[in-house]
Design a protein around this ligand. Structure first.
Ligand SMILES: [Zn+2]
Length: 424
């Protein structure tokens, strides 16, 4: 069994405790020992990585991955691309995420049903580089809502399965389960990109959401919801969904419901979407167009809602909706700084969203543990050249990630840090 000793680093373990100097021993795919004193773990028969002066922390988790989105500028990009090209693209994005310190990617949804599944299977088999993947399904939506691109004169297929009524929902969810998706994605609310069904609308019915959850949970799968509306969020909580995305419009009752469910749910606010639309998406979306779509108002609402939810102890996830031309996959760690700027998180708290919360999400319903540096946990680790706690921006620079370990394997190991030590 391979053994790696990460020696002398400043360790931030993701538990909420302050950093300490020490050593971590990885054996196989697990963290075998954590010492709070340097030099206490015998370096017998193991590869030693001297990491003095660097930060050792858990790998990052993208909580709302679109592995099949690469420089998307319109919904048409998702529909028109052939599946063969999209599969290759999805594999490329998976590698990009791992190269940038994301050792896990929880799939929100993909452009076609089996893209996440196929790449997950190849990564799990060790034939392609990529993070741990929970494969997102294609989106499931209803007639006239987000994802329904058809018009009477122009029927279209994708980027969602369109269902109407609980029975059609049951069938669609079963199909996604049969084809191997880990997470089922529902478009419960509308979206600013859809003129006929903006974010405050709730086109999906409670019975449809409930049917999706019952069916998916019956297969041991998770349910993710796109919800920006008050009613959509309330339906989702009442139906027992696992992960909520966006959640901008709220009221006191909805905030209370979310707080009450905080041990069952995770929320990814996907803050980058509106920030980048407003400030960085030109020429594809000019600031004027972004404002006309209400992006400024949505960003304001997001800041208000998620600052409040932070105070109420909601398990927030970083990431979300990277994959557009103006917010490329690989830059996902920017969310850490957005969490500080918009939601009032401290850098350490933002990092816990990316590690401890993300790890709990990835292992939901499983016995294994992920997302902290703790004995017995799965060994997904980063060694960072710099102090990621005082300067989150170092995590945006892949050259500063000198070691990337996934499941005990050294995916990246640079700067001659490794010194083979003689057997003691
Ligand atoms: Zn998304």
């Amino acid at each position: 069994m391979n053994k790696v000793l990460l020696s002398g680093a400043r360790i931030w373990d993701g538990s909420g405790s302050p950093t300490f100097d020490g050593d971590v021993l990885v054996e196989g795919n697990r963290i075998r020992a954590v010492s709070r004193v340097r030099g206490q773990i015998a370096a017998t028969d193991c590869q030693v990585i001297e990491a003095r002066g660097m930060t050792l922390m858990p790998g990052l988790v993208e909580g709302h991955a679109h592995l099949s989105f690469e420089s998307v500028t319109s919904v048409e990009d998702l529909i028109a691309s052939p599946p063969e090209e999209q599969t290759l693209l999805t594999a490329r994005v998976a590698k990009t995420l791992l190269d940038n310190g994301f050792t896990s990617a929880y799939g929100a949804s993909e452009a076609k049903l089996r893209l996440g599944v196929a790449v997950r299977n190849e990564v799990d088999a060790g034939r392609l580089p990529g993070p741990r993947i929970r494969a997102g399904s294609i989106e499931i939506s209803v007639t006239g809502a987000m994802g329904d691109e058809s018009r009477l004169h122009n029927p279209r297929v994708g980027p969602a399965i369109i269902v109407d009524g609980p029975e059609e929902m049951r069938k669609a969810v079963r199909l996604c389960c049969r084809e191997g998706c880990d997470n089922i994605k529902l478009d419960v609310s509308g979206d600013p990109f859809y003129m006929n069904c903006p974010g405050e609308c709730t086109p999906m019915s409670f019975d449809e959401v409930r049917m999706a959850v019952e069916t998916a949970h019956g297969y041991g799968r998770r349910v993710n919801v796109h919800t920006r509306s008050i009613l959509g969020t309330q339906y989702s909580i009442r139906a027992g969904v696992d992960v909520l995305y966006h959640v901008e419009h709220t009221d006191e009752q909805t905030l209370d419901m979310l707080e009450e469910a905080k041990d069952q749910i995770f929320i990814a606010p996907t803050v980058s979407l509106f920030h980048t639309m407003l400030y960085e998406a030109s020429p594809w979306i000019t600031p004027e167009v972004a404002r006309s779509m209400g992006a400024d108002r949505m960003l304001e609402l997001s800041a208000k809602t998620h600052t409040e939810l932070r105070k109420r102890g909601i398990r927030h996830l970083i990431g979300g909706d990277y994959g557009f031309a103006w917010s490329k996959n690989g830059t996902n760690a920017r969310d850490l700084e957005f969490f500080v700027k918009y939601y009032g998180y401290t850098p350490a708290e933002a990092l816990r969203c990316a590690t401890q919360n993300g790890g709990a999400l990835m292992m939901l319903g499983r016995e294994e543990k992920l997302g902290e540096i703790r004995e017995g946990y799965l060994a997904d680790l980063l060694v960072v050249d710099g102090d990621s706690l005082s300067d989150l921006s170092v995590l945006r620079n892949r050259d500063r990630l000198v070691v990337i370990m996934k499941n005990g394997d050294l995916y990246k190991n640079s700067r001659s840090l490794i010194q083979q030590r003689a057997v003691a």
